[in-house]
Structure formats: structure tokens, C-alpha cells
Design a protein around this ligand. Structure first.
Ligand code: FAD
Length: 620
């Protein structure tokens, strides 16, 4: 019997980050996964990032995770979405070569110190006196551990649907994980079902790209990771293509609704609302004349294309028929058919903010098992579970990122306090503090944690410190320099195509104009010329959004002050209007000492905190 500190089950996006974090934090870690070849496999679309998801990738990077580095190494197209909109809602997205991504991840994992990898299926979770002590695998091996992280993705009792054809499996031609579901049920967890789906993949030789719009990558691609050298970053980029469905496509699909597993009752699990199948889109929006189809290369060799927007579980003859009605795909040959998959998940309200289960000490869940969808959401939970498993073994406080610190904090807080009845994905609108939680400042927000945990190296940390020092110095200049409306400044502003000034003002107000850019900044304040591009970007953003950023910071200070309010030991929750019986029961059971502790209890909503705060003040 072998002993480890941490065991991670599953080598998907969550498991990779969990195993890497725990091992790099010095814990003797074992990764048990079904197929070593599939470590880091992208089950669905060949892309990482996107709106709000790009934020998560950069936060994972700032904590010392792998996803951004793998993307920089395997990316075949890089774009910043919403480039022309405010910095809070910009999102970096990359098409990846799925094979290279997987190989990069597998090599990274197999080269991680303190990390052992074994190709085995975990069948049983071993618990004694409410505490985890190990797992038993399909090869009848027993491995002992102090903490166990489950990241089983879409594999638990996975059932795939290709029209009427049902095949058990966690992903196309991969085994389902069945016994582990039973083991979890025996431990008292209630398992529920969700569903997701994927599209057909097309042989590139059979696509007529001339009938499609071309979508190239950015001219000056930017890497995801702070640790990737910007100067030498020069990936070979491939274009994507755009085409559209039409009336004929829709007629074929609608005419086959009676054969769609989604509508016949064959599929029971709820699917992702924001990534619906084409049959679901046509059912919900019957009058929409056409839908986008993004045609994306799966690898650098571009032999197969992914049809983003056409996820489906319709019968295979229907898939062929409707795909052939789309411009450019008239002669398309399908290499792999689209399908839907149903799988078990566990309500994340079973978890603490550390992602440890409330019921069993030392047992953590991360990724799709918690009801999320998406590689980035999975990886974000994975790194946090890995970090917190390691901290727990060291008897240290868990790392809980607050909602005002990170999208990862928003993600986990949403999951563990509210639970989910449909696959949860991240959006910028889920955050109350969007202007503070930008992609561009993830490293400044979270880099300290990454370094202190031992996940970011000394050199990276020094670069972060230098950047912070530059920004502070730059902002001091910008905040403390005043300009008066004299001839010299107004001639300069005019020459820059800028409006003249009439009154004395902080130079920050001029720099904060939407028309201002780096070149104009250097003309106005030549002393900033020696600053790095990253520092200049922050100075421009902070100047432009100064007022809003300050307002959000004040709100956070107020919230922090409020949460530090002590709750009297004999505080009577019963009878307070607006508090549900469930909340009262929980508060009476846990008797939190402060409003912050109360807010950490699952199910205790921000509205409930406001009410308790008001009553504490009344009773004072
Ligand atoms: P996974 O990436 O699924 O990895 C799970 C890992 O655990 C696998 O390596 C597996 O071998 C291993 N494993 C499971 N059980 C055991 C066990 N008992 N013992 C050992 N190893 C085990 N996401 C989107 O955002 N949009 C989409 O449109 C979308 N469509 C999808 C369509 C399909 C058909 C599938 C399969 C997935 C889709 N996803 C989609 C989901 C996306 O793949 C997941 O969000 C993401 O991969 C979750 O990461 P994870 O690490 O939680 O799990």
C-alpha cells in the first residue's frame, strides 16, 4: 500500500492544476487518471479563454498555474475580444492546437517534482470516522492519502447520445467512471445529472473556404502568461472562418425535432444555457433567420475543423443533411459526429469556500463535478483545491479569494453559496467589481499569493514588484502634477489633436481622456518614456477610470468594515423578518462571531447579512 499526501483523481483541466499546485507546494502527490495520453485533453472546442474566461486564465497564471503557459505554447490564433470596449470587459481568447496542448500538459505534469502519475481508475473512496484516508482503484490497488481531490469531469456515469444511439462513456471512446458514483452515494452524497454537447468535426479537404468570411488572429498577438517572454512571442497563426445556417438548415432540423434526444425525453440532464445545441437554439428562437457558425482549426496542420455553434445530438443522418445546407459545407465529410453527454455532478453547496466537502474532512471537489462547464472554470477550481489541500495538510488557513479580489473568488462563492441547476459558466456580469478585476491586472492582484505559496518563482516575483513600483511612481507623478492653462500646454494639446484646457487641473484628467494614448502620454510627460509597456497600460487605465475605480474601492472598504462587525454571542436570529427558517437554523447552529463568518456560511445571502447588520445596530 502506497502513501501520499494528496491524491488527485482525473487528469483534465481541473486535475492538472490541482496536482501541479499541491506537488509544487511540496506535497507528495499522486495523479490517478484513466488515460495518460488524455491528460489535458480538450473534450470540446479547440480554444482557451474568451470573455470572462480569459480573466480566469490570467488569474490561474498569477497563482502559478499551467493553463496560460500551455496556451502560449500551443496557440494557433490569438485575439483580444472587445478590444475597442472598456478594459473591464476585454477578454483574451486563443485557438489551440489540441494535440500540442495535450502533449505540453502531459510533459509538464510528468516533469513536476513530487508528482507521481498512474493510469488507473478510482472506484472507491476510503473514509474512516468522517475523514478521508485513501482510494481503491480498478486494479485493486489501495493508495492512502491525507487529502483527496476529485476532478472527474463528464465521466461519472457518462452516457453519450448520438441520436437514438446511446453509448456509455466519459468522452468519445473513453470509459465511463461508474463505481466512483456509487461510492460517493454510499458516503451520503446526492448525485444529480447535467448534460453538455459537442459538434461534428469536418475533414478540411471537403470545406470550400472561399464561401466563408475569414477571421484572422490579432496582428500583434499577446501571450496569456506573464511568464511568457513578450519580445520573442511570435506564434504561427491560422485563420478561422465564419459561415451561417439558413432557412433550409432550420427546416431540416425542425423537421427532425421528433428524433432529437433532447426533446424525446431520452436526455434528462439540463444543458448549458449559454452554449445550447443548434436544435435547442431553433426551438427557443424559432424566428431567428440564421445562426453563426465559426469554423475553427483543431491543430496547426488544420486537417480537421470544429463547427463552433453547431453542437448537436441529432441522429447522424440529420447531422449530415443539415451541415450540407451551410455555405462552404455542401460537400463536407464528417470525421467525427456531434453528440451530447449526460453525467453525474454534485451540488457545490456541499462544499466550503476552500472546496473541501463539509461532510468529509480532507475530501475536495473541483471542476465539472461541481456543476460548472468550461476548461477555464475547471482549471480555476483545480488550482484552488490543490492549494487548499496542501495548506490543510500543513494545518494552515485555506486561501479563500474574495469576490473583490478575483473572478475565481466570484466563481467559488457563487457555487458554494447558491449551488447550480444548470452548467455554470463565468461572465463578467457576475462580478460586482468588474473595473477592479481586469484581465490586465490579474498578476498585480494575485501574484503575491502565487509567490508566497511557492508557485511563482523568484524572478517572476521580482518582475511583479518592479512593475508595481513603476505603476506607483507613475501614478504619483500623474496625480501630483497640475497644469495651468498657459500657452505652452495648449499649443502642445492642440498639436496632439486634443482639446485645450481652460482651468487649472490634475494632468491625470487630461491623460484620462478617451482619446489619449501612449504616444500622447510620452509627449505630455516625457519622464514616463523609460517605463515598461505594462506600467504605461496601467497608468492610462487608472487615469481613465480613476473616479469609478475609487468608488468601487470605497464600496469594498465599506463592505469590509461592515463584515468585521461582531455579532453578540446571545444574538437572537429567530423572529427577525426577512430571514428564512433555513438561514436562521444555520446561524443558530454555527453561531458566527462576525458578519464575515456569517457570510461564509452556505446559503446565508448578502441580503440576510444586511438584515442582521441592521438588527445588530438596532439592538445596540
Ligand atoms: P475533464 O476535462 O472531463 O477531465 C476529467 C478527467 O478525469 C479525465 O482525464 C478522466 O479520465 C478522469 N477521470 C474521471 N473519472 C475518473 C476515475 N474514476 N478515475 C480516474 N480518472 C478519472 N465545455 C464548454 O465550456 N463548452 C462546451 O460546449 C462543452 N461541450 C462539451 C461537450 C462534450 C461532449 C464534453 C465531453 C465536454 C464538453 N465541455 C464543454 C466541457 C469541458 O470539457 C469541461 O468543462 C472540462 O473539460 C472540465 O474539466 P474537468 O477537469 O472538470 O474534467
Amino acid at each position: 500500500m502506497k502513501e501520499f499526501d494528496v491524491i488527485v483523481v482525473g487528469g483534465g483541466h481541473a486535475g492538472i492544476e490541482a496536482a501541479n499546485a499541491a506537488a509544487r507546494m511540496g506535497k507528495n502527490t499522486l495523479l490517478l487518471t484513466m488515460l495518460v495520453e488524455q491528460i489535458g485533453a480538450a473534450s470540446c472546442n479547440p480554444a482557451i479563454g474568451g470573455l470572462a474566461k480569459g480573466h480566469l486564465v490570467k488569474e490561474i497564471d498569477a497563482l502559478g498555474g499551467l493553463m496560460a503557459l500551455a496556451t502560449d505554447n500551443a496557440g494557433i490564433q490569438f485575439r483580444v475580444l472587445n478590444e475597442n470596449r472598456g478594459p473591464a470587459v476585454r477578454g483574451s481568447r486563443a485557438q489551440i492546437d489540441m494535440d500540442r496542448y495535450r502533449i505540453w500538459m502531459r510533459n509538464a505534469i510528468l516533469n513536476t517534482p513530487n508528482l507521481t502519475v498512474a493510469q488507473e481508475i478510482v472506484d472507491e473512496i476510503l473514509v474512516k470516522n468522517g475523514k478521508i484516508y485513501g482510494v481503491k482503484t480498478n486494479l485493486l490497488n489501495v493508495y492512502r492519502c491525507k487529502a483527496l481531490i476529485l476532478t472527474t469531469g463528464t465521466f461519472m456515469r457518462g452516457l453519450m447520445h448520438f441520436g437514438p444511439v446511446k453509448i456509455e462513456g466519459g468522452r468519445f471512446h473513453e470509459l465511463p467512471a461508474k463505481k466512483i458514483s456509487k461510492s460517493l452515494e454510499e458516503l451520503g452524497f446526492k448525485l444529480e445529472r447535467l448534460k453538455t454537447g459537442t459538434t461534428a468535426r469536418i475533414d478540411a479537404r471537403t470545406i470550400d473556404f472561399s464561401k466563408m468570411e475569414i477571421q484572422p488572429g490579432d496582428e500583434n498577438p499577446k501571450p496569456f502568461s506573464f511568464r511568457t517572454d513578450k519580445k520573442t512571442f511570435n506564434p504561427k497563426q491560422l485563420p478561422c472562418f465564419i459561415t451561417y445556417t439558413n432557412e433550409t438548415t432550420h427546416d431540416i432540423i425542425k423537421g427532425n425535432f421528433h428524433r432529437a434526444p433532447l426533446f424525446t425525453g431520452q436526455i434528462e440532464g439540463i444543458g448549458p444555457r449559454y452554449c445550447p445545441s443548434i436544435e435547442d437554439k431553433l426551438n427557443k428562437f424559432p424566428d431567428k433567420e440564421r445562426h453563426h457558425v465559426f469554423v475553427e482549426p483543431q491543430t496547426l496542420e488544420a486537417t480537421e475543423y470544429y463547427l463552433n455553434g453547431l453542437s448537436t445530438s441529432l441522429p447522424m443522418d440529420v447531422q449530415e443533411d443539415f451541415i450540407h445546407t451551410i455555405p462552404g459545407l455542401e460537400n463536407a465529410k464528417i470525421v467525427r459526429f456531434g453528440y451530447a453527454i449526460e453525467y453525474d455532478f454534485i451540488q457545490p453547496t456541499n462544499l466550503k469556500h476552500s472546496l473541501e466537502t463539509k461532510a468529509i474532512e480532507g475530501l475536495f471537489f473541483a471542476g465539472q463535478i461541481n456543476g460548472t462547464t468550461g476548461y477555464e472554470e475547471a482549471a480555476a477550481q483545480g488550482i484552488m483545491a490543490g492549494i487548499n489541500a496542501a495548506l490543510k495538510i500543513d494545518e494552515k488557513e485555506p486561501l479563500i479569494l474574495r469576490r473583490d479580489e478575483a473572478y475565481i473568488g466570484v466563481l467559488i462563492d457563487d457555487l458554494v453559496t447558491k449551488g447550480t441547476n444548470e452548467p455554470y459558466r463565468m461572465f463578467t456580469s457576475r462580478s460586482e467589481y468588474r473595473l477592479l478585476l481586469r484581465e490586465d491586472n490579474a498578476i498585480l492582484r494575485l501574484g503575491d499569493y502565487g509567490y508566497k505559496l511557492g508557485l511563482l518563482d523568484e524572478e517572476t516575483y521580482k518582475r511583479i514588484e518592479k512593475l508595481k513600483e513603476e505603476i506607483n511612481r507613475g501614478m504619483k507623478i500623474v496625480n501630483e502634477t497640475f497644469v495651468t492653462p498657459n500657452k505652452e500646454i495648449n499649443v502642445l494639446l492642440e498639436s496632439l489633436g486634443e482639446e485645450k484646457i481652460q482651468n487649472k487641473m490634475e494632468i491625470r484628467k487630461i491623460i484620462g481622456r478617451h482619446t489619449f494614448n501612449k504616444d500622447k502620454l510620452f509627449k505630455l510627460l516625457p519622464e514616463l518614456k523609460s517605463f515598461s509597456d505594462e506600467a504605461i497600460e496601467q497608468i492610462l487605465i487608472e487615469s481613465r477610470y480613476h473616479h469609478y475605480i475609487e468608488k468601487q474601492k470605497q464600496q469594498i472598504d465599506k463592505m469590509k468594515e461592515m463584515l468585521s462587525v461582531k455579532i453578540p454571542e446571545d444574538f437572537e436570529y429567530k423572529g427577525i423578518p426577512g430571514l428564512s427558517r433555513e438561514i436562521v437554523e444555520k446561524l443558530e447552529k454555527y453561531r458566527p462571531a462576525t458578519l464575515f463568518q456569517a457570510s461564509e456560511i452556505s446559503g446565508v445571502t448578502p441580503a440576510a447579512i444586511d438584515i442582521i447588520h441592521m438588527y445588530i445596530n438596532i439592538k445596540r
